[in-house]
Design a protein around this ligand. Sequence first.
Ligand SMILES: Nc1ncnc2c1ncn2[C@@H]1O[C@H](COP(=O)(O)OP(=O)(O)OP(=O)(O)O)[C@@H](O)[C@H]1O
Ligand SMILES: [Mg+2]
Length: 293
Amino acid sequence: MPELTRLPRPSDATARPEPLIRVKDVTRDYPRPRTSLLKRAEVVHALKGVSLDVQPGERFGIVGESGCGKSTLLRIIAALDRPTTGKVVVDGKEITNLPERRLRFLRENLQLVFQDPMSSLDPRMRVRDIIAEPLVVQGHPASGARVKELLDAVGLSADAGDRFPHQFSGGQRQRISIARALAPNPKILVADEPVSALDVSVRAQVLNLISDLVDELNLTLVFVSHDLSVVKHVCDRVAVMHAGEIVETGTTGEVYAAPRHPYTRRLVAAIPTLPKALAGATPQDLIPKGARP
Ligand SMILES: Nc1ncnc2c1ncn2[C@@H]1O[C@H](COP(=O)(O)OP(=O)(O)OP(=O)(O)O)[C@@H](O)[C@H]1O
Ligand SMILES: [Mg+2]
């Protein structure tokens, strides 16, 4: 893998580093679509007072069942949505009510990868333009060499840049999304179920790719999944969400081995084992790159 620009590692000398992301007492209410003119408009409490800190360099997982508020929380961290109450601080700056024109630092430093690369990649654009887009939007020239470097980093050949998204497999399309996310040299990568829509046979490779890139580029990762075994494979720490609340936080090892909250216990009991979740993966695929012989 080529050398992409490295960010400095958080200093070990700092005993208690400032969190890179701080979410404090965040709620988000959405109006529920009205089923009858005679009924009063109801509200969905998607987030009910969520607080969390993500330290620089940490790999932070958020796990919970469908509809518990995971994507809402990510959108609020990325300032793609705003909390009803509460605040969000990223890299020391409160973003809660900043207008878009003052969010440039966030757009440069935080990038997202979504679940379905088919719907998140513009089918009419060539891959090289898709990858260069975040740089162009931010007013930076995107050289062919930079695009090639990014394609290489995600395991795609340089000629992939000439093609369109539909000419790739699902796993390759997710690699393109990852290359695009890395283009502006972000500090933070936010991934919302990045392997759930992929064929089971390629999930492990894409997870390992994310994991390797996070290591090599010293990124901070926020990773959402409904599957605790997948989070355990990638993350150091995890927050378990249930019905708009965080019910448990801990290291992934602790939460997986000794879940404290009854909901987490149910989640642990219900999840498939990792080999099942990543069915089709070879044992070799499941070994982190650094530890492979
Ligand atoms: N824009 C919106 N308008 C109205 N309701 C919304 C909106 N976005 C989310 N919701 C509701 O908020 C709740 C949480 O949704 P969210 O998408 O955050 O869940 P999730 O944990 O990401 O689920 P999944 O695992 O299915 O992706 C759900 O009840 C959802 O219907
Ligand atoms: Mg979601």
